[in-house]
Design a protein around this ligand. Structure first.
Ligand code: NAD
Ligand code: K
Ligand code: MN
Length: 358
């Protein structure tokens, strides 16, 4: 029987609560069928590691997880450590080190969840946001000169390469092509960002020619936020830069009910390196350590992990279990207006997995 090696990095805050829950659910899923097993290895990297060692992860950390079949990640962010240190020292190190250049963020309104938009039926909101995950605004290019002086200058340069934009555009068109509506919205801000985003637009026109069966349009990112609220059914697959898609996908998650539900995959489409799956939320300082975190974003990320491993039947089975749990308001956590705990939701999903024994 096949055994998948999964590297677990819970990180900080509620990451330490939702990732063990995800591991439990994957273990239960493996037990409920006899096709594959998981071998988990956990890494205690993050804020605690930083307090002890002065870095978020060891210098050879990427080497330690290099051979995993996939990575399950929680969150990097600690109330005592500046956010740019925790983010750059762990999550971005992995995303960039393993060239996980496609960040895929599906959003849908799951059964039983009250989405905040009154005019939006569940079927009207079914999106996948593709986020460029290797360059753009988060390329790390820039600096500070004359720090602390009145003449100080600080820059963060949004650096885009033709090769980097072409590969994410091609990935997004291909993904759009695989979905029933075959529709892509290319998000841009080329009216104001007149160099990199103009190249982005030109590359969209060029790559679109390879996908004549995909309908596509362009939308400025600010207008796109309004369109998501006013005409959600007009969108299907979207592609946007690192920063723009970061913001759009939090909005998307909130429109679908809660940040606590939304999943993501940091994918290396060429499969040279392991891909990394994580809920889109962060450490949630306000609720950490209380056992109140919604684990659904992590469970849905596990669905994406299973799809990536080439286990679509198992992925579907887990998604069904998640949906039958969200359908019951008594199993909603605080972010959804309910009273359930992380443990109760986890136990309910495991119960459903076992009940669905084939
Ligand atoms: P956050 O996602 O941690 O929290 C935003 C709000 O959503 C909070 O009120 C929180 O309680 C709620 N929330 C989020 N996830 C939830 C869940 N699963 N269940 C219930 N409620 C949930 O965002 P933030 O407050 O902006 O960031 C906190 C820290 O996390 C910062 O250090 C930030 O840098 C970090 N962060 C890390 C990642 C990552 O590792 N990928 C992503 C986002 C934020
Ligand atoms: K996260
Ligand atoms: Mn984000």
């Amino acid at each position: 029987m096949k055994t998948y090696q999964i590297a677990c990095i819970p990180g900080d805050g509620i990451g330490k609560e939702v990732i063990p829950a995800g591991q439990e659910v994957l273990e239960a899923l493996a037990k409920a069928q006899d096709k594959f097993n998981f071998k988990f290895k956990s890494f205690g990297w993050g804020g605690d590691w930083y307090r002890e060692h002065g870095v978020m992860m060891p210098a050879d950390g990427l080497g330690e997880i290099r051979n995993a079949d996939a990575i399950l990640f929680g969150s990097a962010g600690d109330p005592q450590i500046p956010d740019h240190i925790t983010l750059w020292g762990l999550r971005l190190k992995i995303c960039q080190g393993f060239d996980q250049y496609a960040n895929v963020r599906p959003t849908r309104i799951l059964p039983g969840i009250d989405a905040p938009l009154k005019r939006c039926a569940p079927k009207d909101l079914d999106w996948v946001i593709v986020r460029e995950n290797s360059e753009g605004e988060y390329a790390g290019v820039g600096g500070r000169a004359h720090q602390g002086h009145p003449i100080e200058v600080a820059t963060d340069v949004s650096m885009m390469t033709r090769a980097g934009v072409e590969r994410i555009m091609r990935f997004a068109f291909k993904l759009a092509q695989s979905r029933p509506r075959r529709q892509l919205t290319v998000v841009t801000k080329s009216n104001a960002q007149r160099h990199a985003m103009v190249m982005w637009d030109e590359i969209a026109v060029q790559v679109a020619k390879e996908f004549p069966d995909v309908k596509w349009d362009k939308e400025l990112v600010d207008a796109c936020t309004a369109r998501m609220v006013n005409r959600p059914a007009s969108l299907d697959t979207l592609v946007a830069t690192n920063l723009h898609a970061d913001i759009l996908s939090d909005l998307a998650a909130a429109l679908a009910g809660s940040l606590g539900i939304a999943p993501t995959g940091n994918i290396d489409p060429e499969r040279r390196y392991p891909s990394m799956f994580e809920p889109i939320h962060g450490s949630a300082f306000d609720i950490m350590g209380k056992g109140l975190a919604n684990p659904v974003g992590t469970f849905w990320s596990c669905v994406m992990l299973l799809e990536h491993l080439g286990e679509p039947a198992a992925a579907q089975r887990l998604m069904k279990a998640i949906e039958s749990v969200t359908a019951n308001p008594e199993l909603h956590t605080g972010d959804l207006g309910g009273k359930a705990t992380t443990k109760q939701v986890t136990a309910a999903v495991i119960h459903q997995l076992n009940a669905a024994r084939i």
